[in-house]
Design a protein around this ligand. Sequence first.
Ligand SMILES: C[S@@+](CC[C@H](N)C(=O)[O-])C[C@H]1O[C@@H](n2cnc3c(N)ncnc32)[C@H](O)[C@@H]1O
Length: 275
Amino acid sequence: MRGLRAGGVLDYVVPARLPIMSRPLNMVFTVCHTAWPSRTPIPGCAARRLPPTSRMGVMKATYLEPAVGQYLLAHATQPDALLDELARETREVTHHRATMQISPDQGPFLTMIAQLSRAVNAVEVGTFTGYSSICLARGLAPGGRLTCFDVSEEWTAIARRYWERAGLADRIRLVIGPAAESLRGFPATPPIDLAFIDADKAAYPVYYELIMERLAPGGVILVDNTLRDGTVADPTADDPDTRAMRAFNDKVMNDPRVTSLILPIADGLTMIRKN
Ligand SMILES: C[S@@+](CC[C@H](N)C(=O)[O-])C[C@H]1O[C@@H](n2cnc3c(N)ncnc32)[C@H](O)[C@@H]1O
């Protein structure tokens, strides 16, 4: 009830409710754990050996039973022909790094969050070949703008082509360079309504603080890969990346400025609302 707008009515409740958007939103999640031992470290990024694929794409929720993960992929709104083509080209050009791309079920989620938050000023840290940026930009309010931060001219050249083809080139601005530096130079006004963080994991706490300083009250931050294949919850996992992600998750959970939770979507997607 705390998340409802003034005069709002709580009319129907399913097992999990997320009262943190400008409109109430009902969701149900089923989680079942199993391990998928496939990690190929790429400095700064979360590319992995390809886990099981299907017509629906790569199954990133490797902590789920594969059949459940595939079921979830099959029951999300499917990517359109342009996103399918982008995913295919990304696999052909970047090979195993293609796993850095968000999974197909994250696409409609990003679009819906942009729509539900009525985002006008959005930022993305980590753009790669553009899949998530297209999904975010499609959900922006009229006149909305997405600023994308990435270090790679090569990968974002692909993104630029697909922004043109998607009719989104006038809504998306690309800033090439280390994202922390670029964010430090990013204006605090107008405030950011929506941010998606999906770049070098070690710098997540830095991106989080830089975005928080610029985030509107009620603004939303989404952060990808926060379950790290479920290793954050495995007491026997003690590698530096897992420890760093646990520290980030603890930092967010203990931050009195926000309301947050980790959603078991793909490799874990943290959703944060500034109070
Ligand atoms: C996981 S991929 C992003 C995937 C993208 N969101 C998508 O769905 O296609 C991470 C991206 O972060 C970029 N990156 C890594 N370190 C960075 C940094 N310090 N500053 C900005 N971008 C960085 C990489 O070039 C890469 O394109």
